[in-house]
Write a protein that binds this ligand. Structure first.
Ligand code: ADP
Ligand code: MG
Ligand code: MG
Length: 851
């Protein structure tokens, strides 16, 4: 197999063999850019080296040397000759990997070369500084010798400096400094291969899911000298502004300097605009090349260049890193400029960055200066600045607050809605606080276990910092960080640009993206964001409002018989009203409405005040209310008397809900509004359970149709959220009109982890490297995903056209969305504010799949 390539043999497509840097250099040679010539030792050679016990085989060494001769021929120079060749040795993996090997410049020097060069150039300072730099870089990079060891050498006597540097080298690694170019090259190449396995590199690959087996390529390239004279220099530029995407070249340069000087920050570089005054022709040529490379690569470029005695050379180009804001602007502009199709542009923005655009971010400068307090779980993205309040009622009377709670409950809802941000001490990324905050598009950090709230003193402490009520803090829902005081904000919104971009993604995607919407307000929000209907409407959440919670409490706590039937009527009216509004807003889009699924304790009155009020409503004593609450208490509410179990014990409840849904739909139908109602039964473990309830609800609906002398289409489906239901999905599919995977509960039950409690110990698991993921955020593909896969296979085995969706938190997570796309789901569903992210993720997943 060929192991070494000349630049002219490669191309952009050969990234996996030549590495990113090498492939781009080859491509630039092919399109006639001014590139110092070179050769590339491939990733195959790197992998061969590892397989060969970290020895470069002789045959590969020969191939390298043969290509070196070709390089010498091409440049008209020869290593260590009368016309000496010097090269850089650069690493370049197929994906950009900071933290790996650095570059060695000026390789090929020895005393003879220095003398020859000095004869030719008559510039002792330049020659010996370059030589000394080579020895230092080689020592540091190829041999791991600390560069500080060279600091105390006298730099004025050139020859002495070289001699002493080599002595340090010998002392540190026990052998003479290699004098021949062959030794120098092979040591350098070997050390670059080895760097693939240094700790930093391994960690980086782990964090970014990069394949261990990829290996790195090595570029050996003729040197050009930015430190030759005052008409020389080096610099870096971006073809557009990487911070805001503005179509203006952005960069800096240093005259009389070599590559690493810019990064090292020893001298302050100048703005690229100033190059126009210093070297106008180079400036013009550079700007032309920048635009050409951008057009050729169809992306914003990050370009490294060097000028040697007024002659321009390009040393690297790659797609530039950019902020979310810049990515969006560049994607839109490229389509308008005809460089990209909409489909191509969609891939230029990361789904995970949409939340930042939507919910804002902190100003970077201000963030640098802020005092960090603590870090919890980034539960809902966005940032917020406000006064600390511990009591949700206080959020009603103060403006700009951050609600800090041990944990939140339905009673806090209004306070949460009024606060700018929410922080909880307990709870995970899917706790009540997190779910509600995401629904509201509000920034939220949960699981801040370092915070100690003292409600009596009205203050909280973090370590030894005390923060009193009304003091300002800043909360970053993107990272989970909390800062003291006011960090300045960068404003953002779902403006016309983002709207336009998401509409392109929407055209591209295959799966539908529905929303989890419990109220008419949510439905409106999600529809504006481009949702294709509702994937989950939690009827119990409709009561998470102070005025409505009493109706459902009344129902739960009332006596069986007359009292309960009356309470049910009240609930019925409230629900029907909400459904009416929702159907109107949806205007023809599908609505999947889930019947009541409360862990009952979520609704019960907790405070003395509330219990008293309840006693009054039900016309009974306080003690009686306490007794009733006690009776209803499940030992384990998550697995207690909830979901369809409640429906089976009390079918009237589900019949009432079925009627409320279809009656609302019917009334809309009469008004000429299109309706697509779906009724979903939660927590099913057995087909017969579903069959029984479906029968009950159908009866009720048939009655309704008879009363009204007309009918409309509707579906009755089920959630698949219990492992047993996945295993028996073939049986369940015989009864259900559709499936919606409830991956939150499915995760809890298949992993034996409570989503709210697992925050307490999962961190420890991560530290001990037992567990890495966030199973309630991104689906655990290995096991939970296997159950989903099985459920899909069995369900579609029974009914090939079975509609399948997901309504857990995972429906808004880009990685999970890709997983669902691959299983050919019909839709994902997520909270309204995550809809744009999910649309883009669905488009990405589809395009990736298509390739
Ligand atoms: P990195 O991957 O860290 O950017 P590079 O291989 O791009 O490392 O090298 C860093 C810098 O070294 C380049 O930006 C360039 O300024 C300088 N450099 C590398 N090769 C050469 C060369 N052949 N001639 C002149 N300068 C070079
Ligand atoms: Mg570089
Ligand atoms: Mg559930």
């Amino acid at each position: 197999m060929k192991k070494v390539y000349e630049f002219k043999e490669g191309s952009k497509q050969m990234v996996s063999v030549l590495g990113g840097k090498g492939a781009n250099l080859s491509e630039m040679v092919n399109i006639g850019m001014p590139i110092p010539y070179g050769i590339i030792i491939s990733t195959d050679a790197c992998n061969e080296y590892f397989e060969n016990d970290c020895v470069i085989p002789e045959i590969t060494k020969d191939e390298i040397l043969k290509n070196i001769s070709l390089l010498e021929h091409e440049t008209g120079k020869k290593f260590q000759s009368q016309k000496p060749l010097l090269v850089s040795v650069r690493s370049g993996a197929p994906v950009s990997m900071p933290g790996m090997m650095d570059t060695i410049l000026n390789l090929g020097f020895n005393d003879f070369v220095a003398e020859k060069l000095n004869e030719i150039l008559n510039n002792e300072k330049f020659v010996y500084e370059s030589y000394a730099r080579f020895i230092e870089m080689f020592s540091e990079i190829a041999r791991g010798i600390d560069r500080k060891k060279f600091e105390n050498i006298d730099k004025n006597d050139y020859k002495k400096r070289i001699k002493e540097s080599k002595e340090i080298y010998k002392k540190e690694c026990g052998e003479d400094f290699p004098e021949t170019y062959k030794e120098q090259i092979f040591i350098a190449v070997k050390s670059i291969f080895d760097s693939w396995n240094n700790e930093r590199a391994i960690l980086y690959r782990k964090l970014h899911n990069i394949d261990e087996k990829m290996g790195t390529a090595v570029v050996i390239q003729e040197m050009v000298f930015g430190n030759f004279n005052e008409n020389s220099g080096t610099g870096v530029l971006f073809t557009r502004n990487p911070s805001n995407g503005e179509d203006k070249i952005f960069g800096e340069f240093l005259l009389n300097a070599q590559g690493e000087d810019i990064v090292a920050g020893i001298r302050t570089p100048e703005d690229i605009e100033r190059l126009k005054e210093k070297l106008p022709e180079v400036h013009t040529q550079l700007f032309e090349i920048a635009k050409k490379l951008e057009l050729h690569n169809k992306d914003m470029q990050d370009i490294e260049f060097t000028i040697e005695d007024s002659k321009l050379f390009i040393l690297q180009t790659r797609n530039g890193k950019r902020t979310a804001e810049a990515a969006l602007k560049i994607a839109l502009d490229f389509v308008k400029e005809g460089i990209l199709t909409k489909e191509e542009a969609v891939l230029k923005v990361e789904p995970s960055s949409i939340a930042k655009l939507l919910n804002g971010d902190f100003n970077e400068e201000s963030l640098k200066k802020a005092k960090f307090l603590t870090k919890g779980l980034a539960a809902s993205s966005g940032v917020a600045v406000g006064r600390v309040v511990f009591d949700p009622k206080r959020a009603k009377i103060r403006e700009k607050t951050i609600l800090v709670r041990e944990e939140t409950s339905p009673e806090d809802l209004q306070g949460m809605a009024l606060a700018k941000g929410i922080v909880t001490v307990k709870g995970g990324a899917t706790s009540h606080g997190a779910v509600v905050a995401r629904g509201m598009g509000k920034c939220c950090v949960t699981g801040c276990s370092e915070i100690k709230i003292d409600e009596i003193k009205k203050q909280m402490t973090i370590g030894d910092v005390v923060i009193k009520e009304d003091e300002f803090i800043s909360v970053n829902g993107h990272t989970g960080e909390i800062f003291l005081g006011r960090v300045a904000l960068k404003e953002a919104a779902f403006d016309t640009r983002l709207h336009e971009f998401i509409s392109w993604a929407s055209e591209v995607k295959r799966m539908n993206v529905r929303m989890n919407a419990d109220t008419p307000e949510d439905a409106k929000q999600g529809k504006d964001f481009g949702a294709n209907g509702i994937g989950l409407c939690r009827t119990e959440h409709m009561f998470f409002k102070e005025d409505k919670i009493w109706a459902i409490r009344d129902f739960i706590l009332s006596d069986d018989g007359e009292e309960k039937i009356n309470a049910l009527k009240k609930v019925y009216e409230l629900q029907k009203n909400d459904f009416l509004k929702i159907f109107e807003i949806l205007d023809g889009d599908v609505a999947n409405i889930r019947l009541l699924d409360p862990p009952v304790h979520e609704f019960l009155p907790k405070t003395k005040e509330d219990k008293e009020k309840m006693a009054q409503i039900l016309n009974t004593t306080y003690e009686d209310i306490e007794k009733r609450i006690f009776k209803l208490k499940d030992e384990n509410p998550m697995l207690g008397h909830r979901g369809c179990r409640l429906g089976v014990s009390f079918p009237r409840l589900y019949r009432m809900q079925g009627r409320a849904i279809i009656e609302a739909a019917w009334e809309c139908h009469l008004k000429g509004i299109k309706v697509k109602p779906e009724i979903m039964i939660p927590f099913v473990m057995e087909a017969k359970e579903l069959k029984y309830l479906k029968q009950e609800i159908k009866e009720e609906i048939e009655d309704l149709f008879k009363e009204n002398n007309g009918r409309i289409d509707y579906k009755i489906g089920t959630m698949i959220e219990i492992p047993r239901a996945c295993l028996l999905a073939n049986e369940i599919a015989e009864v259900a009109d559709y499936f919606s995977f409830g991956t939150n509960d499915l995760t809890q039950m298949s992993m034996g982890l409570s989503r709210d409690d697992s925050v307490k110990f999962l961190d420890e698991y991560r530290k001990k490297q037992i567990w890495e993921g966030e199973p309630f955020y991104s689906i655990d593909k290995k096991a939970v995903g296997k159950l989903v896969e099985l459920g899909v296979k069995l369900g579609r085995g029974t009914n090939p056209d079975l509609s399948i969706g997901v309504c857990g938190e995972h429906g808004g997570d880009p990685e999970s969305i890709e997983f669902f796309e691959n299983l050919n789901f019909n839709y994902v569903s997520c909270s309204p504010f995550r809809v744009p992210t999910a649309i883009l993720a669905a488009a990405h997943a589809y395009l990736k799949n298509k390739k």
